[in-house]
Write a protein that binds this ligand. Structure first.
Ligand SMILES: [Zn+2]
Length: 460
């Protein structure tokens, strides 16, 4: 068989791996959108293989850099099925529908400016994706055909996320490949901890934070208590937490809910302004059995994971206006995490000149994003076509991170290695420098580690 690396190779986005079996059966693992800054969006339609030749897609999780190019695959001739877990199927539906709206807006803007462009996909292709999903359960081997059996195991990271174990039998020999997908932290809020893959011959492992160490020593509860107390209790300020809609928004709302219910924090008013955050929160509540023990216990005691009496959901203009008129201390949780787009920009624009405001950045910001500019300490930033002086306090925490750091990746790897006879390890889904550093660190345990370039192919 042959394994090709067609995305997330020495970069983070566009996850896409192709496994060509000797029987002629072709399996694509993930089909993510490549949104690196220097790549034109239209390039996502240029597949390095014929989509008609793909027989099956295995999808690790719903994030757009793993699922976002599936509609384009259908638009270009793919007619097969997609295997994923049930919560991933539900999240894919809302995330791709949102993505189709973003794509339509992008194309309209370009056309208004009379710039040449091509629409990658529309709502019809999103329906193709949704209609062709076959859901699988965790830890239950699924026989695709006599040569191929797949098993999805929990990866943590976000609701429904899986690592995939693929067993291939060719010429009387069986080989086992493992794809970690994106892994989560072992002590993450809401989601389960990752279960290491076992009995592998080959491993494809993510290395997003291969060069980084999580700095926050305190728990999520202690971290939020400190920021809420400093900003909203010791002074009449406003705490703004930018957060991705799936995963981080739920982890933050859950932690606040817990602190209020346990009376460890005064009931400060919280505004959440993220329609996708609300719909993905509802999906979390539909799949409580997939969440960690702490969340399941919380549901049996308090019923709602993410809702509490002083939570206000911003749904329309009227809600927003009433929030603007609220001058008491408050907390705003809004998307997107890197502050580059979405509703968070309005909140930042309205509050960045308020010295009683703290903006708590809870995730990684790529260089050049507004979040990264603020973290660098810029005293003036441009938001919505206006230059604005920065008087708010800018802080950051990695306590809600959705990925393991170098130490955790190393112990994950050691566990897989102890339970496998690995012939080769491939590192992907990370910036080049992260992956090369991670390779050095892991080389103390194991020697044959590759960091593939895009389009690299390996015979296994
Ligand atoms: Zn992810």
């Amino acid at each position: 068989m042959e394994l090709g690396f067609y995305g997330a190779a020495r970069q983070v986005t566009g996850s896409m791996y192709l496994l060509r079996l000797e029987t002629g059966y072709n399996v694509l693992i993930d089909c993510g959108l490549n949104y690196e800054k220097d790549v034109p969006r239209e390039d996502n339609a240029k597949f390095p293989f014929d989509p008609e030749d793909i027989d099956l897609v295995l999808l690790t999780h719903a994030h757009i850099d793993h699922s976002g190019n599936l509609p384009t695959l259908y638009a270009n001739g793919f007619e097969g099925k997609i295997l994923c877990t049930e919560p991933t199927a539900a999240l894919v539906d809302i995330l791709l529908t949102d993505s189709a709206n973003i794509e339509a807006n992008r194309v309209n803007k370009k056309r208004k400016k009379k710039e040449a462009t091509r629409r990658l996909f529309g709502h019809k292709q999103v329906m193709d994706v949704v209609d062709n999903i076959v859901t699988v359960t965790f830890n239950a081997p699924f026989e695709v055909n006599q040569h191929l059996t797949v098993e999805f195991v929990p990866a943590g990271h976000i609701l429904g996320a899986a690592s995939i174990r693929i067993q291939v039998t060719e010429n009387g020999k069986t080989k086992v490949l493992g794809f970690t997908g994106d892994l989560g932290k072992s002590d993450a809020k809401v989601v389960v901890r990752p279960a290491p893959l076992k009995g592998l011959d080959y491993l494809v492992m993510e290395g997003t934070y291969g060069s980084r160490f999580h700095k926050e020593q305190r728990s999520p509860e202690e971290t939020l208590i400190e920021y809420v107390t400093k900003t909203c209790i010791d002074q009449p300020g406003r705490l703004i937490i930018p957060a991705f809609s799936v995963g981080r928004t739920q982890a933050i709302l859950f932690t606040l809910n817990k602190l209020f219910r346990e009376q460890r924090l005064k009931p400060i008013r919280v505004f959440t302004d993220s329609p996708l955050g609300i719909s993905s929160g509802a999906i979390h509540e539909d799949f409580v059995e997939y969440l960690n023990l702490e969340s399941r216990k919380f549901v049996s005691e308090y019923r709602d994971l993410f809702k509490f009496p002083q939570l206000d959901i911003i749904e329309d203009k009227e809600d927003e206006e009433s929030m603007q008129r609220y001058y008491e201390p408050s907390i705003i949780v809004s998307s997107a995490g890197m502050l580059d787009g979405g509703r968070i920009q309005r909140h930042i624009a309205n509050n960045i000149q308020n010295p009683l405001c703290t903006i708590l950045i809870a995730g990684y910001c790529t260089p050049g994003s507004l979040g990264a500019d603020l973290l660098e300490g810029r005293r003036s930033v441009r938001i919505k076509k206006h230059d604005r002086e920065v008087y708010a306090t800018i802080s950051s925490t990695d306590v809600f991170s959705a990925h393991p750091d170098q130490t955790e990746l190393q112990s994950y790897f050691q566990e897989v290695n102890q339970n496998s006879a690995l012939k080769k390890v491939f590192l992907s889904h990370g910036e080049e420098s992260s992956l090369l550093l991670l390779k050095d660190v892991l080389s103390s345990d194991y020697e044959t580690i590759e960091v593939p370039y895009v389009n690299a192919k390996y015979t296994l």
